[in-house]
Design a protein around this ligand. Structure first.
Ligand SMILES: Nc1ncnc2c1ncn2[C@@H]1O[C@H](COP(=O)(O)OP(=O)(O)O)[C@@H](O)[C@H]1O
Ligand SMILES: [Mg+2]
Length: 277
């Protein structure tokens, strides 16, 4: 049984994007609660995420953005609340559980290992063995195959500036490194990609490249959660914007329904949203 859908601000979703909301959400979180001693991390948060959409999560420092995505990606186990993926109840005890279910996370730090080459980074922790006895008995890695497929996934995402998959990641720019991390998250039959502040450390041009990648992920039918402090970036790529405040959700808006200034005002508590019925 699927969780009851949360209300959508439908009239504020442009005609061209409305089809996304005709299917059931791919991911639904209901009443997520987590406390750390006396600190309330989440006080009963709901979230719906749809295939092919970019859902941004914004909020002040300490509002619970990272905690929310950690509860969705298995890094934290909530005290209570439920998660449904494709209409089925799921429980993630560790990040590996969420990954195996198709939820990939790209964190701001530690996204890639600089000394390894691009292909190796793309296949970290899931190296492919050579076919036949060489792979099954001698545990030989299929380096050639990995390199070829890495090249394809990077090209699919339009990162033309990366030429050589054997190039060490430490020789890449910040934006290219982040691009490799995003390509890695998108490359393995994942359904949901969570990006925590992917443009925070990047310059304007590099941020533009990562935003383009996010749009491409969305267009291939992935569901994307984007945590960001950068309001122009959020207003550029998000379909909907979940505003997290003091451990709760202060509302869900769209770039069409609200100006950036309103979003910030709701985030800080200067304005409140009328509750949707
Ligand atoms: N592992 C933890 N231990 C103790 N407190 C935590 C932990 N993780 C998060 N918190 C607390 O939960 C609240 C929300 O934090 P966080 O989700 O990191 O906020 P945001 O990402 O929006 O800045 C903060 O008060 C933070 O101190
Ligand atoms: Mg955070």
């Amino acid at each position: 049984m699927s969780a009851e859908r949360l209300p959508l601000t439908h009239d504020a979703i442009p005609e061209s994007r409305r089809h996304i909301y005709e299917s059931d959400p791919i991911l639904s979180a209901r009443d997520l609660v987590i406390t750390f001693g006396r600190v309330v991390g989440l006080d009963g948060v709901n979230l719906d995420l749809y295939k092919g959409e970019v859902l941004a999560v914004i909020g002040d420092n300490g509002a619970g953005k990272s905690t929310l995505i950690k509860c969705i990606t298995g890094a934290y186990v909530p005290d209570s609340g439920t998660l449904e993926l494709e209409g089925k109840r799921v429980t993630f005890r560790r990040p590996q559980d969420a990954r195996e279910a198709g939820i990939e996370t790209v964190y701001q730090q530690l996204a890639v290992i600089p000394a390894l080459d691009i292909a190796s980074n793309l296949y970290l922790a899931r190296e492919e063995r050579r076919p036949g006895i060489l792979g099954s008995v001698f545990r030989m890695l299929d380096k050639k195959g990995m390199k070829e497929r890495a090249g394809t996934s990077v090209q699919n995402l339009g990162i033309q500036t990366i030429q050589n998959m054997g190039q060490a990641v430490e020789t890449l720019s910040g934006g290219q490194r982040q691009a490799v991390a995003v390509a890695r998250a998108a490359a393995f039959g994942s359904k949901v990609v969570v990006l925590d502040e992917p443009t925070a450390a990047l310059g304007v041009k590099e941020s533009g490249m990562v935003l383009d990648m996010i749009k491409q992920l969305r267009d291939t039918g992935l569901a994307v959660i984007l945590i960001s402090h950068n309001m122009p970036h959020v207003w550029e790529v998000a379909d909907r914007i979940h505003i997290q405040r003091l451990g709760g959700c202060a509302g869900v808006i769209t770039p069409q329904s609200h100006e950036m200034g309103d979003g910030v005002a709701i985030m800080t508590g200067a304005k409140t949203l009328e509750p949707t019925a």
